[in-house]
Design a protein. Sequence first.
Length: 406
Amino acid sequence: MKIIFVGTLPPIIGLSPYCLHLSNALSKKIDLEFISFKRFANKSLSFKRETKISEEYYNDILKRIKIRKLLTWNSPLSGFKVGLQLKGDILHVQWWISQLILVYLPIVLIAKMKNIKIVFSIHNILPHEKNKKNVFLDKVANRFIFPFVDAFIVHNKRNKRQFVEIYGINERKVFIVTHGVLDLVKKTDIPMEVARRHLHLPSRKKIVLFFGYIRPYKGVDVLIKAFVSVKKQVKNAFLLISGQILNDTWDKYKKLIKENNLKEDDIRVDLGFVPEEEVGYYFSAADVVVLPYKHLDTHGGVGALALSFKKPVLVTDVGGLPEFIKDTRVLVKPSDVRDLSEKLTKVLKDEQLCLKLQSDSERLSREITWDRIADETIKIYHSLMGEGRDNGLTSNSFKLNFSKRE
């Protein structure tokens, strides 16, 4: 069985960390060819960032894979050329933004004509920025291309329910395979005190980390408001916000910080891209990582990254974020400042709870491996090829089983 995998690869573009890990794991088990982009000029699609890490680093990881950089994000002709060259059993497309229909539709139509089975991994059920124009264009594009797809992969139960309801997809065609732990950087054990010294952070503070793109749905405003209450209870609490502004402006957050009289001793903001070799220092320096997201269909790659550093994680009850925890004491109501402040205060003050959450993250990091995710994905491939049907495979059987939450 040969798989044609279509997505993005480093240098960092869109879903490249996810594609990097999954294709690497799949390539150890099946024949896989990766079709990637040679040009990705639209900033809203690419999230392209400067990095000091050379492509040789990633190529070392991807040495098992045949990679062909053939696609240009706005060129239907590049998609048509790829379609004509397709030779395989299954086309697996990574789908996260509707503008890519210009490139992907020609590939999908030609694959259909060649009787190649088509799998779409749906990373965003709806656009993250939910203005009327984005939602309308997204739904139109999706309704146009989805009828040609044989199977869909989403990351959690809520994604599946929402996806089926919005697009009327037969739920037997929708499979759940969770997001893996992002291990993009070459990690070494960095002691907390070393990480803090490296980043010039206070050594005796309880550091709360927000990491990743700063976008309206990420809830940074909620976190800042909640942190004001946390500071009243935990005098040595310190908020560290690190990430790039995307489809947002820092002015409103800056205003919140000023209005609540948060000083340099309370908060630090590092705006901009964090090179891969620096990521480990931020997570190693933190006492707890917070994902205060508001969005209903997010899964949160940062949560998976936090697990790989075995950090306590607080998440909001949206999308697949609850799958990053085992203890409901760190599950927060979305956009609820009071609930977030109370639960964050509890974690920072309760040393035994903090130790338990560290243990939970370590256990989850072992459960959510890319090897297991690759196995679940391959089961879907086999089911499309007519194999495994006698084993009672269903669209719910591909979700990794997590331990019961406490």
